[in-house]
Design a protein around this ligand. Structure first.
Ligand SMILES: Cc1cc2nc3c(=O)[nH]c(=O)nc-3n(C[C@H](O)[C@H](O)[C@H](O)COP(=O)(O)O)c2cc1C
Length: 308
């Protein structure tokens, strides 16, 4: 997949995941083969009125290959201004979130609420495209309650989007049920711009199933949690199996930017994901969940790995 001379390689990309895809995680996923990575979603209003928060969310690693900044909002003029923000300068592509189902986002008419307001969604895309010196993409779902992805995808194309990503579930579904790969195939067949398929890819097998839809790229979200090496597994490339080294690298990168009090609380979920599937992990997981320090958690995980 090539967008405006930006070569996505095999087009295997790490999904944006708010509260999860921090700079350390994006770094390790990139080292394991992710061709592109997204920022956590960035509020256009905050970018203009509270840029300190945005600056912490836009830290990046030199190992990230194609960096995509994901923005959200509901006001075309504010979004057109935000897209020129210096906080977004490191991103080669700007993605607009039109798929988030979280109530605090939807209640403002943002994220997936925009799928219920096609004229406004179109105005936002056009305003962003007109004011951006980089490609603009849109990530959306099937619809709010039912599948309207064809109409929505066509509108994105007509409004100037350079590519789209479809997470093939409705907003109402949240994360339940299976992603609808037939809808992804229909969208790919209908659009001229590239389509990235998203939903339930966590292995070479599911990746191949997604590729059968004809998509130009494949996005992985939850399938990477605790296993950023999923990108190597899918690409069939050899990778470093030293899990402790990977975990320590993730933490060391975060330590460069954030304070220890925040990190202790934040990193816990990642550590628990990293322990998934380890034999005898239940007791160790309970210990990590209440561990007073990161060093103590690392010792628990190291012992558990030694006993596999
Ligand atoms: C914890 C979490 C946070 C997410 N945050 C975002 C987000 O900020 N922006 C976005 O477009 N999608 C977000 N998503 C959706 C994912 O990008 C992806 O579309 C979804 O998880 C389906 O892909 P998967 O089946 O590979 O996980 C999030 C998903 C999860 C699980």
């Amino acid at each position: 997949m090539i967008i405006d001379n930006i070569d996505f390689g095999e087009g295997l990309v790490l999904a944006p995941m708010a509260g999860v895809t921090d700079v350390g995680f994006r770094d390790v996923c990139s080292c394991y083969g992710a061709d592109a990575t997204y920022s956590e979603m960035l509020s256009c209003r905050a970018m203009i009125h509270n840029p300190k928060k945005t600056s912490l969310m836009t830290i990046y690693s030199p190992n990230e290959k194609i960096k995509i900044g994901q923005i959200f909002g509901h006001e075309p003029d504010i979004m057109a201004e935000a897209i020129k923000s210096p906080y977004l300068k490191q991103y080669q592509i700007i993605d607009i979130n039109m798929g988030c189902p979280a109530p605090k986002i939807v209640k403002n008419g943002e994220g997936s609420a925009l799928m219920g307001n096609i004229p406004l969604a179109s105005k936002i895309i056009s305003a962003c495209v007109e004011n951006s010196n980089r490609p603009v993409s849109v990530k959306f779902r099937l619809g709010i309650k039912s599948d309207m992805s064809l109409d929505f995808g066509r509108m994105c194309e007509d409004s100037g989007a350079n590519f789209v990503t479809l997470h093939a579930r409705t907003s109402q579904q949240g994360y339940s049920g299976n992603a609808d790969y037939e809808a992804i195939a229909r969208l790919k067949a209908a659009l001229k711009i590239p389509v990235i398929g998203n939903g339930d890819v966590d292995s070479r097998e599911s990746y191949m199933k997604m590729k059968e839809t004809g998509v130009d790229g494949v996005m992985i979200g939850r399938g990477s949690l605790g296993r950023p090496f999923v990108f190597s597994l899918i690409k069939g490339i050899d990778y470093d199996k030293d899990v402790m080294k990977m975990i320590k690298r993730h933490i060391d990168i975060l330590r460069e930017h954030y304070n220890e009090d925040w990190l202790i609380k934040y990193i816990r979920k990642h550590l628990l994901w990293y322990m998934t599937g380890l034999k005898g992990g239940n007791e160790a997981r309970a210990q990590v969940a209440t561990s007073p320090s990161i060093e103590n958690s690392l010792k628990i995980i190291e012992n558990l790995i030694k006993n596999q």
